[in-house]
Design a protein around this ligand. Structure first.
Ligand SMILES: [Zn+2]
Length: 153
C-alpha cells in the first residue's frame, strides 16, 4: 500500500501506525481503509488546528483495527476502532500544556467527545475522541479517571 496525505499535517500511515506492534501495522492499514472518511474528518477537524498552533504533534495511536485494538488491550468499542480517536503527545508534555491544549479546543469551538490526559508507565499523552459534542475533560492516572472542569470566561 502507498502512503497518502490524509490531512494537512498527517499521512494515512501516520494515523494507522503502531510503534509497539510493527507486525500488525500492515493489517491495520488494510482494516483502516473502511474508516478513511472518519480518520480524515477527525484529523482535519481536531488535529490540524492544534498543529497550526503547536507544530506537528506526535501521534502515538490513532486508528486501531480490531486486531491491533485487541493486542493493545483497548476497549472493544474504543473510538480508536472507528477512526474517531487519537492519542497525541509532545516533548515533556506537562499538565499545564495539556490544559492549554484543552482550552484551545474549547476556545476554537471544536466539537469533541472526550479529552483525557492519560498517565501510565511514566508516559503522558492526550486521548481525544470525537463523534459527539460531550466535551468531557478527564485525567487518567494511577488507573483511575477523574473528571475535570475548565471554566472559560
Ligand atoms: Zn486513546
Amino acid at each position: 500500500m502507498k502512503d497518502f496525505q490524509i490531512s494537512k499535517f498527517y499521512t494515512y500511515f501516520d494515523l494507522t501506525n503502531s510503534q509497539n506492534h510493527p507486525d500488525l501495522v500492515d493489517q491495520n492499514r488494510v482494516e483502516g481503509i473502511a474508516f478513511i472518511p472518519q480518520i480524515q474528518e477527525t484529523a482535519q477537524r481536531i488535529l490540524d488546528p492544534l498543529c497550526e498552533i503547536y507544530g506537528k504533534l506526535t501521534v502515538t495511536s490513532f486508528f486501531r483495527g480490531e486486531t491491533l485494538n485487541k493486542r493493545v488491550g483497548g476497549h472493544p468499542r474504543s473510538r480508536h476502532t472507528m477512526g474517531l480517536a487519537g492519542d497525541i503527545t509532545r516533548r515533556n508534555l506537562s499538565d499545564f500544556q495539556a490544559t492549554r491544549i484543552a482550552i484551545v479546543l474549547l476556545k476554537l469551538g471544536i466539537k469533541f467527545h472526550k479529552f483525557i490526559l492519560e498517565k501510565h508507565d511514566h508516559k503522558t499523552w492526550i486521548h481525544i475522541s470525537t463523534g459527539t459534542n460531550l466535551k468531557r475533560l478527564l485525567l487518567y492516572s494511577g488507573g483511575v479517571y477523574v473528571r475535570k472542569e475548565i471554566k472559560i470566561f
